[in-house]
Design a protein around this ligand. Structure first.
Ligand code: ZN
Length: 218
């Protein structure tokens, strides 16, 4: 009789947990939200590097994981690049400027709710580590988004620096809300290892997704 009772209670508990998850998933829908993911660098521009580990490749891998996570909540995703290429044209005199200019145009033409630029950091002191979210004051929403994502990283106990402002061309000229996410330091041994693993790429993608959800729901 007691065994039977335990079984019933366990069943009810499982049902309860399942229902909670279902309610949660329903409440945090990103349906109707358009998110542009901008994997930094590409093509001739590798970004930072350590031996043959190139920032541009890791940026794209993390961006693909991030797309997977955001899609689960019904968001519409655009990527500024899906291949190893930059967005410059053969006619651009200044290739880097042309690349960034087209990224801005791409973000703004798609009626984007917000954009996320994915990068990896480098510092000459290899002890330096941690995630860092940068934003430009062109739009007050940028700061809010950077704080929301930073909070999720801190909750997940991943070392994360205070959000800071950036005046870089892309972020200064994009009117749509968005941030630059430096996912860690390629110069730091531990983070260099983690950033190359699918598990960690997925973990940080889930955290960024939570930060986006919280930002859009408050
Ligand atoms: Zn970069």
């Amino acid at each position: 009789m007691i065994k039977q009772y335990k079984k019933v209670m366990l069943g009810l508990l499982l049902l309860f947990v399942f229902t909670l998850q279902f309610i949660e998933a329903k409440n945090v829908s990103l349906k109707g939200k358009v998110i542009t993911i901008d994997p930094g660098h590409g093509g001739r521009d590798s970004g930072t590097r350590y031996g043959n580990i190139l920032e541009k490749d890791l940026n794209l891998q993390i961006s693909e994981q991030l797309e997977n996570e955001l899609v689960k909540y019904g968001a519409t995703i655009y990527m500024t690049r899906t291949k190893d290429e930059d967005l410059s044209s053969p006619y651009d005199k200044r290739k880097k400027r042309g690349d960034l200019y087209r990224r801005i145009r791409f973000i703004e033409k798609n009626k984007t709710t917000l954009y996320l630029s994915i990068h990896i950091n480098w510092y000459n002191d290899y002890y330096y580590s941690g995630v860092e979210i940068l934003y430009n004051n062109i739009n007050p929403k940028n700061k809010k988004l950077s704080e929301s994502i930073t909070n999720e990283f801190l909750k997940a106990k991943i070392k994360t620096r205070e959000p800071t402002t950036t005046d870089l061309y892309l972020y200064r000229n994009t009117k749509v809300p968005g941030v630059l996410i430096e996912c860690g330091f390629l110069s730091n041994k531990n983070e260099r290892y983690l950033l190359q693993t699918k598990e960690y790429q997925q973990e940080i993608s889930k955290i960024i997704t939570k930060g986006v959800i919280n930002y859009l729901n408050t």
